[in-house]
Design a protein around this ligand. Sequence first.
Ligand code: ADP
Ligand code: C5P
Length: 244
Amino acid sequence: SPRSHSSSLSVPSGDHSVPKQPFVIGVTGGTASGKTTVCDMIIQQLHDHRVVLVNQDSFYRGLTAKELEYVHEYNFDHPDAFDTEQLLDCILKLKSGQSVHVPIYDFKTHQRRSDSFRQVNASDVIILEGILVFHDQCVRDLMNMKIFVDADADVRLARRISRDTVERGRDIQSVLQQYAKFVKPAFDNFILPSKKFADVIIPRGAENHVAIDLIVQHIRTKLGQHDLCKRYPNVNVIHSTFQI
Ligand code: ADP
Ligand code: C5P
């Protein structure tokens, strides 16, 4: 066809920009909404790309002896509970192609491991997951795509009770007290208001295979543009169809 002899290429381009850096995805939502499960499903579907997951939980500050003594008074759902400077530094490094050491956090002791880190290598896609990843504007501004995982509060509380008693060494009474005192108010004050920053809202979390397929499709399109621009650096970015 005449098109196959054309010397210029046009690539899909909404904003005419050439992505040179990893594609950063922010995933937020209330506690036990299915954030991690959704991320795992996205990663599974993108098995042919280099994808890394960074959890905001890893950046919880370790508690002091005094704070540990009154741990039931400690608000783990407030933005100040996280070392956001360190998180920002980590994502900036990953975005510029450097590997990083991410702390390992223990929900049973409320401390970071002092002897080891998790090494996270440079990759094509960086997924940052956590209850408050949309809170800080500098962190938010690093994201190319923002996802909010939605699930009913009663479903989330039921999951939280099971998870925290089985995996995080808590008893039901303390989970319910913490939920009423800190988790629910922080959801209303910080998490729900951050929904307005989302590009995509996923109702029913990980059950929503259609939403996850659409998201993966979008990421593939973005990564495809990147590959194309690397292969054809002199490409002429014109409009929204790909033709050779
Ligand atoms: P988050 O990362 O938002 O805290 P998770 O993805 O870790 O949430 O899910 C919390 C708990 O609920 C986990 O035990 C997980 O297996 C379970 N879970 C998540 N999504 C679903 C779902 N759609 N159906 C049933 N259980 C789910
Ligand atoms: O995995 P999820 O998004 O639920 O993790 C965030 C929750 O972990 C917060 O709601 C916070 O109350 C809880 N948390 C906790 N104990 C810690 C750190 C966080 O219960 N030491």
